[in-house]
Design a protein around this ligand. Structure first.
Ligand SMILES: NC(=O)c1ccc[n+]([C@@H]2O[C@H](COP(=O)([O-])OP(=O)(O)OC[C@H]3O[C@@H](n4cnc5c(N)ncnc54)[C@H](OP(=O)(O)O)[C@@H]3O)[C@@H](O)[C@H]2O)c1
Length: 258
């Protein structure tokens, strides 16, 4: 039986990943102390100033223990020189992982559809989906497909040395998202495009840590620059199934938006 150590198992992707790995017959562990030679290791710590230290510690422990393969959950636009905090951290961790020369797979998902749940209550109350996207499209991805891609990268052969940009099946505008939510809930919903200036207080005044407010503002700046418009077929290449679309996501989470 393949042994897999899943870090971040309590997180959004991790929860689905543990379920998927067990369904595929793997033996799943979640404590780094249980690492053994031959394990396959999924690396994901919460975003934040401790992220680089926490993930590089797991990578180093895996290297020392003689793990067989590392799968690192990164992000599209990961770059140590990025102006966006979380993308900088991912870039630094990717660099560290490459230096270990461990057999590894890097997963770089686009914007998570699950982020929309952060504004679900507001959508339910106002019928408005506000976002500073300048009408640009986003190849957003369902976290279950991130988890399915991670399970494939951990359990299947032929992926070592690869980096996959994980996206949904197509890029959608927030007007498309609003229409999908309206269809799923049976209530009118429309997208409200904000300017950067209109959106700034929503990020800066939301009680978020400074790095997260800056990161979110940066993500929407990237969206406005078209940085998330390219859909790839990498989920299907990894899992053999097409990625879930925004309609499926909206139907599954209709209660949160209604
Ligand atoms: N959001 C996006 O659009 C997006 C896009 C691309 C990439 N990413 C990347 O994806 C990664 C996040 O993945 P994820 O969403 O699966 O992680 P996540 O939900 O943030 O969870 C990661 C870890 O955070 C802690 N945590 C967060 N919520 C928790 C809860 N409700 N209960 C208990 N612990 C909780 C846990 O770690 P501890 O117990 O160790 O504290 C958990 O294992 C980040 O590296 C991010 O940069 C995100």
């Amino acid at each position: 039986m393949t042994r897999v150590l899943v870090t971040g198992a309590a997180g959004r992707v991790g929860t689905h990943l543990v379920r998927e790995l067990r369904a595929r017959g793997a033996e799943v562990h979640t404590a780094v102390e249980d690492m053994r030679p031959g394990d396959r290791v999924y690396v994901c710590a919460a975003d934040g100033p401790e992220k680089v230290a926490r993930e590089t510690a797991v990578i180093d422990a895996a290297t020392r223990a003689g793990a067989e393969r590392i799968v690192k959950l990164s992000a599209m636009h990961a770059d140590p020189a990025s102006a966006l905090p979380a993308f900088t951290w991912h870039g630094q961790i990717e660099d560290h992982l490459r230096k270990t020369e461990m057999p590894a797979v890097i997963l770089r998902p686009a914007f998570f559809m699950a982020n929309l749940l952060m504004v679900a209550e507001g959508v339910a109350h106002t019928g408005l989906l506000p976002a500073p996207t300048a009408g640009r499209r986003v190849a957003m991805i369902d976290i279950r497909d991130v988890a399915a891609g991670a399970a494939a990268a951990l359990l299947d052969e032929g992926h070592e040395g690869q980096a996959y940009d994980l996206t949904g099946p197509s890029a959608v505008t927030f007007a498309d998202v609003a229409a999908a939510i309206a269809d799923a809930t049976g209530r009118p919903v429309r997208a409200l495009d904000l300017t950067e200036e209109q959106a700034r207080p929503r990020f800066e005044g939301a009680g978020l840590p400074d790095w997260l407010a800056a990161h979110l503002a940066g993500v929407f700046a990237l969206i406005r620059a078209g940085g998330f418009e390219h859909a790839t077929g990498h989920v299907e290449a990894l899992t053999g199934r097409p990625a879930r679309d925004i309609g499926a996501f909206a139907r599954e989470h209709a209660a949160a938006f209604a």
